[in-house]
Write a protein that binds this ligand. Structure first.
Ligand SMILES: Nc1ncnc2c1ncn2[C@@H]1O[C@H](COP(=O)(O)OP(=O)(O)OP(=O)(O)O)[C@@H](O)[C@H]1O
Ligand SMILES: [Mg+2]
Length: 263
């Protein structure tokens, strides 16, 4: 199912890994209705690293969950690798997520009764495959958790747990990585290491990265920053410098510019 390129500017130099087409998500109804994602059209090209920034409550996590097929839009469509995911059965969708997608969640989602290494190996275990121990050790070393691999999550600090969750998301070599505040619990050095790894995954390995962050310095590692405000894309910044991101975020009192949509 190619040919779904319904974006406003239509620049299609790279194939899309993920596309949102008029995606909307509301909670509740009537006067109690909350519009979490108002109407977003965006394409995420293969091998590119996109940061999603915006104020608290602007709809970033909701958008990420919709893009990853973890949540269903109220209206609109999400297309992953050319497939409209609403056409997939539950099993097909979970296979797609398991085989193609890595997630780094805000709350880590580690299993408490498994060691760090077993947690990291989960994407392999769930697929009935042998873990690539060498690759896993390499990722653990890069993230500075190689001496914590036999610890349970409760025996680790918040930042170490976050790095285990990152290693798990990356170990299976997913085509697309969705990360929600992956540097939120990390110190400056660990943040830089993680961002360098994500940068490298996109540049050298052609993996697609979509990362929600509050940190303009983290967004500056990306090829592009989408600024979300009130459930809409307020700006789309190419090669974002931290100062550009700060400037756009500071304009949040002004009405959102829906023209700025997609690239
Ligand atoms: N399950 C839900 N039920 C009702 N409202 C929800 C639900 N999930 C999110 N919302 C609302 O949708 C809006 C967007 O939430 P979302 O979590 O996407 O924001 P966010 O940009 O990720 O914020 P933060 O930066 O604080 O993580 C918020 O107003 C939130 O209260
Ligand atoms: Mg959030």
């Amino acid at each position: 199912m190619t040919g779904i390129t319904g974006t406003s500017t239509g620049m299609t130099a790279y194939p899309a890994a993920v596309e949102a087409l008029d995606v909307r998500k509301t909670y509740g109804s009537g006067v109690a209705e909350t519009v979490a994602v108002a109407d977003i059209t965006a394409r995420f090209e293969k091998g590119r690293f996109t940061a999603i920034v915006g104020p608290s409550g602007s709809g970033k996590t909701t958008l990420l969950h919709l893009l990853a097929g973890l949540d269903t839009p109220t209206s609109g469509r999400v297309v992953i690798d050319g497939t409209d995911i609403s056409t997939l059965s539950d099993d097909e969708l979970s296979d797609l997520r398991r085989d193609r997608i890595g997630f780094i969640f805000q709350d880590f989602n580690l299993l408490p009764y498994l060691t760090a290494e077993q947690n990291i190996e989960l994407p392999f275990t769930l697929r009935g495959r042998h873990p690539d121990r060498q690759a896993i050790r390499g990722i653990a070393r890069e993230l500075g958790i190689e001496n914590r691999l036999d610890h349970k999550p409760r025996e680790m600090s918040g930042g170490q747990r976050q790095r285990v969750a990152v290693a798990r998301a990356l170990a299976g070599n997913p085509a697309v990585v969705f990360a929600d505040e992956p540097t939120g619990a990390l110190d400056v050095k660990s943040s830089r290491q993680l961002l360098a790894i994500l940068r490298d995954m996109a540049s050298r390995r052609g993996q697609t990265i979509v990362m929600v962050t509050h940190d303009p310095n983290a967004a500056a590692y990306a090829d592009r920053a989408l600024v979300v405000r009130d459930g809409l894309i307020a700006a789309d910044i190419a090669h974002p410098a931290a100062v550009d991101v700060v400037r756009v975020l500071e304009q949040s009192a002004e009405p959102a510019n829906t023209e700025a949509g997609v690239r």
